[in-house]
Design a protein around this ligand. Structure first.
Ligand code: LMR
Length: 397
């Protein structure tokens, strides 16, 4: 059966993870895969997570199935975190939530629902977008088209080109938006741009599919959800895929949720039943451990406060690294403007160097970033910042 299968190359991020692991050089710098790292280069288990796990271990009485929609307590806690406690869509009972295996599971589940409702639908994704968006969405049978997004020269969003493209889309087109901390560019929409976009999305009758994988790692938990909350309050239908990988540091536990905002509670119920059937046919039930941990943290006042503080520390460290990277690059590469790095948010920026230069960084200096020059700022440390800036200067020379 399988003897004719051709080997395929790993995607840009997975391939880089393997290459980094295989590199024995002590100076190596991992700016590849998007995981948060502390100043020792480690991805720690958060203290709030450890304490919640201890509580869970002591209190859990069964490992029986939870159900295809996941834990109602987790889903509700996530609704409050994502939308904010007094959101009008929650008050109007227009939100239905499905726990999913990570943000990826949530994206795939949302894509399945779109295909069921509108076979042949086109999802318009930012150019560039996260490498796994395309296989995740097209794997559900959806067509993918890019829309203009990054202005490479300024490192900001090419907003006029983006809105012009949205203004030409046919009704029922799906637009995939990043809530904050855009992956891979770090270029986010401002609040006024979200408002402007809302008017176009409403007039053109587009369906926003919002991916929020970094809530709290950009400006703050509330600030990073601004656009998502605005769209969900003002539009009849929105899909939101949310990940707890980064902001709770629960990567391998696979914790995510899909929130569906529907025009009415009845429409929400029908769509939710379809989502249950799709989940059942793909993974049957989501994993529970990480979701229970998140639920405990979010519903315990002291643990929630501790988590918010740990999240703020991660955010501050990334912002500090952004400023420091700009400072160091300004001294090693004075001919080039890298100040956009400090204006961007989240873990990623496009350094804006060529693929050949990226490969030279890897081969000669053991600095790893994806070929498109996406770098995970959180991979930098006080002790390797200067080394990194000198390596960049050498490949640019
Ligand atoms: C990334 O963009 O590097 C992360 O979201 C990890 C992944 O799965 O690609």
């Amino acid at each position: 059966m399988f003897e004719n299968l051709e080997p395929v190359v790993a995607d840009a991020i997975l391939g880089l993870m393997a290459a980094f692991r295989a590199d024995a050089d002590a100076r190596k710098v991992d700016l590849g895969v998007g995981v948060y790292r502390d100043d020792r280069g480690e991805t720690p288990v958060l203290d709030a997570v450890r304490r919640a796990e201890e509580l869970l271990l002591r209190s859990q009485t069964t490992k029986a199935y939870v159900g295809p929609a996941g834990s109602p307590g987790f889903n509700q806690a996530m609704e409050q975190l994502v939308f904010g406690a007094s959101h009008p869509a929650l008050a109007a009972k227009r939100v239905r939530s499905m726990q999913a295996p990570g943000g990826c599971g949530a994206l795939r589940l949302g894509a399945e629902l779109i295909r069921l409702a509108a076979p042949g639908a086109v999802v318009h994704v930012s150019n560039p977008t996260w490498v796994n968006h395309v296989p995740l969405l097209s794997g559900a049978g959806l067509k993918i088209q890019p829309y203009p997004y990054l202005d490479v020269a300024s490192g900001a969003v090419q907003f006029e080109a983006m809105t012009a493209a949205f203004g030409k889309l046919p009704p029922r087109s799906v637009v995939l938006l990043h809530a904050s901390c855009h992956n891979p560019t770090g270029a986010d929409l401002s609040q006024s741009q979200w408002r402007e976009l809302l008017a176009i999305v409403r007039t053109r009758e587009l369906l926003p599919f919002i991916d929020m994988a970094y809530q709290g790692l950009g400006e703050g938990v509330e600030e990073d959800a601004f656009g998502l909350r605005l769209f969900c309050a003002q539009l009849p239908e929105v899909l939101c895929a949310v990940s707890c990988s980064k902001n709770f540091g629960l990567y391998r536990e696979r914790v995510g949720v899909l929130h569906l905002v529907s025009a009415s509670p009845a429409a929400g119920n029908a769509a939710a039943s379809q989502l249950v059937r799709s989940a059942r046919s793909m993974w049957s039930m989501p994993p529970d451990h990480g979701g229970s941990v998140v639920q405990i943290i979010l519903t315990d006042q002291a643990l929630r406060a501790q988590w918010l503080e740990e999240l703020a520390q991660m955010r501050r460290r990334i912002q500090g690294l952004r400023s420091e990277a700009v400072r160091q690059l300004a001294s090693t590469c004075p001919q080039r403007d890298f100040t956009f790095i400090a204006r961007q948010r989240g873990m990623f920026s496009y350094l804006g160097i060529t693929t050949a230069q990226v490969r030279a960084l890897r081969e000669h200096h053991h600095v790893y970033m994806t070929d498109d020059s996406r770098m995970n700022l959180a991979g930098l440390r006080r002790e390797n910042l200067a080394y990194f800036a000198q390596a960049v200067a050498q490949v640019l020379a």
